[in-house]
Ligand binder design. Structure first.
Ligand code: F6P
Length: 553
């Protein structure tokens, strides 16, 4: 659908129908929904690949879901989805195609980028994957050696945002599948402490740096990479010739890579139709591939692909990313929910929500529509969360008894990872008992009568009552494998897509990060040299002066 021809979202009949329906459901409690439909616990579930998705504890009825699907149809979600998979330039503000799905297309697929020659991008995707696999094989086997002939035992990925969060998250998630003889670290912060801590106990002769930057102009990454190069050459007491054996680059910008001094033969390429936050299954995943090996990496891509195909072809009634996206619309736009918690019950998913923050908040943190008009409806939520058991002893209080509605996704696994001892594996049931207990408590709460029946003092009753009715989705899989991780990430990628499509925003640009970057460049000379920054506001001017005084300048 042409964006210009769209009726304003909140003036569509589908939106009004949902608003009216929300009023009708206002007094309905999840307890009632389960009482009136005893089959709800199994009926409101879907399966995609290895993921069992239970949305029975959502504040929805069949009518809600139908109305939400009607909104999706009316706002052109399916047309935009097909345009994305088809290589159209749906990132209109940057005039780019959005083809992260081509990164996991099978070798024989044809995916053409609108206006590019040759149009089919799949052969180059596989050419890079093959080069990555070859390189990973040589490093992992010890065939690739450093400048002094020693094998590589340490890998340090230097990148930020999408060039860090994906591989860092996936490395943690798949630790049980990694080569434990390889130390893999991630440096992103321009705070020198990050690089210091990552390298202080490493032997430079055995260390490979991966400089990951789509643009190769990101100041944090280039600064850290420059310092890493100086550290390496200083430690090895070597000249520039040592760089080739210890530095590789992941980028779309060969010219800048060469300017930095990295041989483009040691560069793994990707393309402008891969957004930074959608890039960890491209060359940006090299650190992960080094850690888990090419075969496991390809299993992960298969997982992504499985959910891509599901999203592309499953009917709306059973389309899981569509459902998750629409549930977010239901709460954000019709219940005034401001945030969305993602709560994995897996230690290995400790970085999962941090990764999703960029995916979701950089994609859908927008306040103008595709035509540049201010949007009159809420867009992307604040996404937050940490592994669930720790959260239970920290912020769950607010989810249970606070004044805010916080929809949450609970992600759990039936099996602990294979390498745990029998004793530690036995703890898994306790972990998952907490998982099931929390979603139950959130949904059904505890009434004042139940509290009284326990003999509570009357003055304590209001404090010990749980109103319940807090919506959650449960995502359950047998085991956290590379394929399952790929499935989970693709699920969230497409969920974010659905929401952006409904809200009529460009989910694939990120102009909002530019201003701060420009100002940082302007302010830096004021800090270092006391240079005058024309137009600096009074507050910032005073803070700069204070900072310089504290540093004794
Ligand atoms: O500042 C935001 C951003 O542009 C992200 O979108 C991107 O993932 C990150 O910076 C890193 O960019 P690059 O890979 O070009 O260094």
């Amino acid at each position: 659908m042409n964006a210009d021809s769209r009726t304003r979202l909140d003036r569509t009949p589908e939106w009004s129908a949902l608003a009216a329906h929300r009023e009708e459901l206002a007094g309905t409690h999840l307890r009632e929904l389960f009482e009136t439909d005893p089959a709800r616990g199994t009926g409101y579930t879907l399966q995609v690949g290895d993921l069992y998705v239970d949305y029975s504890k959502q504040l929805v009825t069949e009518d809600t879901l139908r109305l939400l699907r009607e909104l999706a149809a009316a706002t052109g979600v399916f047309e935009l989805r097909d345009a994305m998979f088809g290589g159209a330039r749906i990132n209109t503000t940057e005039n780019r195609a959005v083809l992260h799905t081509a990164l996991r297309a099978p070798r024989d697929a044809v995916v053409e980028v609108d206006g590019e020659t040759p149009g089919n991008v799949v052969p180059k995707v596989h050419e890079v994957l093959d080069r990555m696999a070859d390189f990973a094989g040589r490093v992992r086997s010890g065939e690739w050696t450093g400048h002094t002939g020693r094998r590589i035992r340490n890998v340090v990925n230097i990148g930020i945002g999408g060039s860090d969060l994906g591989p860092a998250m996936a490395y943690e998630a798949l630790r049980a599948f990694t080569d434990r003889g390889l130390t893999v670290r991630f440096v992103s912060n321009v705070d020198g402490a990050d690089l210091h801590e990552a390298t202080r106990d490493l032997d430079a002769a055995e260390t490979l740096f991966i400089v990951a930057s789509k643009t190769f102009t990101t100041i944090e990454t280039i600064t850290n990479a420059t310092s890493a190069r100086n550290w390496l050459l200083g430690e090895l007491k070597a000249g520039q010739e040592a760089v080739a054996k210890h530095f590789v680059a992941l980028s779309t910008n060969a010219e800048k890579v060469a300017d930095f001094g990295i041989d483009t033969a040691n560069m793994f390429e990707f393309w402008d139709w891969v957004g930074g936050r959608y890039s960890y299954d491209s060359a940006i995943g090299l650190s992960l591939m080094l850690a888990i090996g090419p075969d496991r990496f390809r299993e992960m891509l298969d997982g992504f692909r499985l959910v891509d195909e599901h999203f592309r072809t499953a009917p709306p009634e059973s389309n899981v990313p569509l459902l998750l996206g629409l549930l977010g619309i239901w709460y954000g736009n019709f219940h005034d929910a401001q945030s969305h918690a993602v709560l994995p019950y897996s230690h290995y998913l400790s970085r999962f929500t941090a990764y999703l923050q960029q995916l979701d908040m950089e994609s859908n943190g927008k306040s103008v529509d595709r035509d540049g008009h201010p949007v009159e409806w809420q867009t992307g939520p604040v996404v937050w969360g940490t592994p669930g058991t720790n959260g239970q002893h920290a912020y769950y209080q607010l989810i249970h008894q606070g004044t805010k509605l916080i929809p949450a996704d609970f992600i759990g696994f039936a099996e602990p990872v294979a390498e745990l001892s029998e004793e530690l594996k036995a703890q898994h049931d306790l972990l998952m008992a907490n998982f099931f207990a929390q979603t139950q408590a959130l949904a059904f709460g505890k009434t004042a009568e139940e509290v009284r029946a326990e003999g509570a003092l009357e003055e304590q009753v209001p404090h010990r009552t749980f109103r319940g009715n807090h919506p959650t989705t449960t995502i359950l899989a047998r085991e956290l494998t590379p394929s399952v991780l790929g499935q989970l990430i693709a699920l969230y990628e497409h969920k974010v897509f659905v929401q952006g499509a409904v809200w009529n925003i460009d989910s694939f640009d990120q102009w909002g990060v530019e201003l701060g970057k420009v100002l940082a460049k302007r302010v830096e000379p004021a800090l270092t040299e006391g240079a005058d920054v024309p137009g600096l506001d009074a507050s910032s001017r005073a803070l700069v002066a204070k900072y310089r005084a504290l540093r004794g300048r």
